[in-house]
Design a protein around this ligand. Structure first.
Ligand SMILES: [Mg+2]
Length: 338
């Protein structure tokens, strides 16, 4: 029986992450991770939930994500159920963290089983050299390091800067320059190939046509789809299929608000139905704000475990939405009184 949508509400939900420098990078020094959160009410008991991630001021347009369930034809492999999908952590090395905190967080993460670490770079070269050296020494030569400049450089500067960091053996440089500069990324890719450093990008890439041109121009070596930046599940699936055709691994962008919850479905679809490979594949993980979701991601031994609940995992607790709604929720009203 068809159900009819009777109501739609959009809430501006913001988390004061800037207080502890969570999410800080070379371009966003004090972000408050936020979401435009949508709830659909129907004439039966069904409710629909969707969100798009923003940095607070961008929460002005609500986007709707459609519910998504696996078909019965999709078989989880034994490996997925037992071991999960490999993840890497961005939580250890935000740009605003002190050296002492970097070292402590990397040490703690190693003890928890993490083997892949991303480091924010791009504000100051000598700082980056020091921080990358510290992290490489802490995680050892066999674990994986990636670096992320959040679009900070122009093309020539990116090549020069990353060449200086090549001694620390990063697997990729992420967003080295403007996310729209496809040919610039191709130039950087070509220049860094001799160092064994790939270019990763895509978290700001808004449709499949952009990804098509990035792939055609050999401008990236790691595809970083974003569940909210690309409009709808279908657009994400189109990029997964193209990446497979070009034999380029997909290592999605996640973190933010709810992006890990959404992306866990897309990586499993990629593994089960498209790439059928874990080679050079991993999904970003950032360890905050999951407690606001009714079906948060489950990480075990640095892997995303397959979700058991139906849907796209984007329902937030009503109490969390109420407290963080901007500007009238308790969190923001109390903050403004300070
Ligand atoms: Mg990034």
């Amino acid at each position: 029986m068809l159900s009819v949508i009777r109501d739609l509400t959009v809430k501006d939900v913001r988390f004061p992450t800037s207080v502890e420098q969570l999410g800080s990078d070379a371009m966003h020094t004090d972000p408050d991770y936020s979401a435009a959160y949508v709830v659909l009410e129907t004439d039966c008991n069904l409710r629909g939930f969707g969100l798009t991630f923003t940095l607070g001021k961008g929460t002005e347009i609500g986007e709707k994500n459609s519910s998504y369930k696996y078909g019965k034809h999709c078989l989880f492999t034994h490996q997925m159920l037992m071991e999960g999908y490999p993840a890497y952590t961005t939580s250890c090395a935000w740009i605003g963290y002190s050296d002492q905190l970097l070292q402590q967080l990397c040490t703690d993460a190693l003890r928890s089983g993490w083997t892949k670490f991303k480091v924010k770079v791009g504000a100051d070269l000598e700082d980056d050299v020091r921080r990358c050296r510290l992290i490489r020494e802490t995680i050892g030569p066999n674990n994986t390091m990636m670096i992320d400049a959040n679009q900070r450089w122009d093309v020539a500067e990116a090549i020069e800067w990353v060449s200086r960091l090549a001694e620390f053996k990063p697997l990729w440089i992420e967003e080295p320059t403007s996310p729209d500069d496809i040919l610039g990324h191709a130039t950087i890719s070509k220049a860094l190939a001799p160092y064994g450093i790939g270019v990763a990008t895509g978290e700001q890439c808004h449709n499949r046509v952009m990804f098509k041109q990035f792939l055609q121009a050999a401008a990236l070596q790691f595809v970083q789809i974003d569940a909210c930046r690309l409009g709808s599940v279908n657009e994400n699936l189109a990029v997964l299929l193209m990446a497979h055709k070009f034999k380029v691994p997909v290592c999605p962008h996640a973190g933010g608000v709810g992006l890990c919850e959404l992306m866990q479905h897309l990586i499993l679809f990629d593994y089960i139905c498209v790439s059928v490979s874990l080679s050079n594949r991993m999904c970003e993980f950032v360890d905050h704000l999951h407690e606001h979701f009714t079906s948060p991601v489950v990480i075990q031994n640095a892997c995303y475990m397959p979700p058991k609940d139906p849907g796209y995992s984007c329902e937030m607790f009503e109490s969390s939405v109420r407290r963080h709604q901007f500007p009238d929720g308790d969190v923001w009203r109390l903050d403004m009184k300070k």
